[in-house]
Write a protein that binds this ligand. Sequence first.
Ligand code: FAD
Length: 352
Amino acid sequence: MTQHTDVVVVGGGQSGLAAGYHLRRQGLDFVILDADPAPGGSWQHMWNSLHLFSPAEYSSLPGRLMPAQARETYPDAGHVVDYLTDYEKRYDLPVQHGARVDAVRRDGGRLLVETDTGTWRAHAVISATGTWSRPFLPAVPGREVFTGRQLHTVNYHSPADFTGQHVIVVGGGNSGAQIAADLALDGNVHVTWVTQRPPRLLPDDIDGRALFDVATARRRALEAGRTDTGGVASLGDIVAVSPVRAARDAGLLEAKPMFSRLTADGARWDDGSQSGADVIIWCTGFRPALSHLAPLDLRRARGHIPTDGTRALDEARLHLLGYGDWTGPASATLIGVGRPARDAAREIAQLS
Ligand code: FAD
């Protein structure tokens, strides 16, 4: 049986919830389909000690300030899950958990959304499926011969899983820095942190707030036709949240250049030096989870879908939300997703 609605939102993480908040304000009928059995999006899968890189009030979705977490300037992932769970309830958002969208297809003047729990027919679709389910592993020589364990950021939970082992953490972003610090501070793990270029920690007094301000200034400059003020990349890559700062100040967070290849029992560098390793943790980022949109045949160069704001250039009934700056500056953050979510809801309201 096919169900009918104005809008289907695919994904019930922070982006999908922000979309729901604004669709409700537009008076549209909608449903949010989320593959996870519980609220919280990818935050419910992140490691125990992960901290936000902005204070609570700078990590809020539209309409509801994130409450502070006791004794924590930067709330942890569990606090974010509680906030998103409360948000879903507080705004009585129609989230169907455990509903995986397999395909979105054109169907006359509508879009057909096929899921493992039934089919929906809608005026418009907002895709907010995030990147967590698409970890990226670089093609490094020797990956297939390394006999130790290899995992990605998404599989990391706690230093206790690596006691007495030598772990090489690969990646110079927030994940790499926070996981290397987590392991180093534990004291029972031998950690080597490797990065492609020297890691660039932001000054201690600069955190996600400044990143958001820079992204906002850039958006305003571009909208006003002024010269591009440059994104946050010019500032640095890593917010010095407390575990990172503690490990750095204890001299435990020194990065080495990236190895050139893996061997059966470790890694080798260009200068011929070698190191044994039991585990490699690839903190090497993600790709957008877009396979459900394949029937619409929208992808172009580098696998991206060309958009104007959040709207897909080649399918006006489809909006993409929360995947990164290409779907709106800072849109892959709690505080940054609200504006593009509002713009998408407004555009869809004019469609119907
Ligand atoms: P997700 O949270 O990934 O949610 C997507 C939802 O879609 C999931 O519930 C998933 O089950 C569902 N889904 C996926 N595919 C389907 C499908 N086919 N059908 C149905 N449902 C589907 N952001 C900040 O604002 N502050 C921070 O401090 C911060 N720190 C971060 C640290 C790390 C290590 C990482 C990895 C990210 C961090 N981010 C931070 C970014 C933020 O966590 C993500 O960008 C955010 O989770 C994106 O939200 P989302 O709702 O778009 O995606």
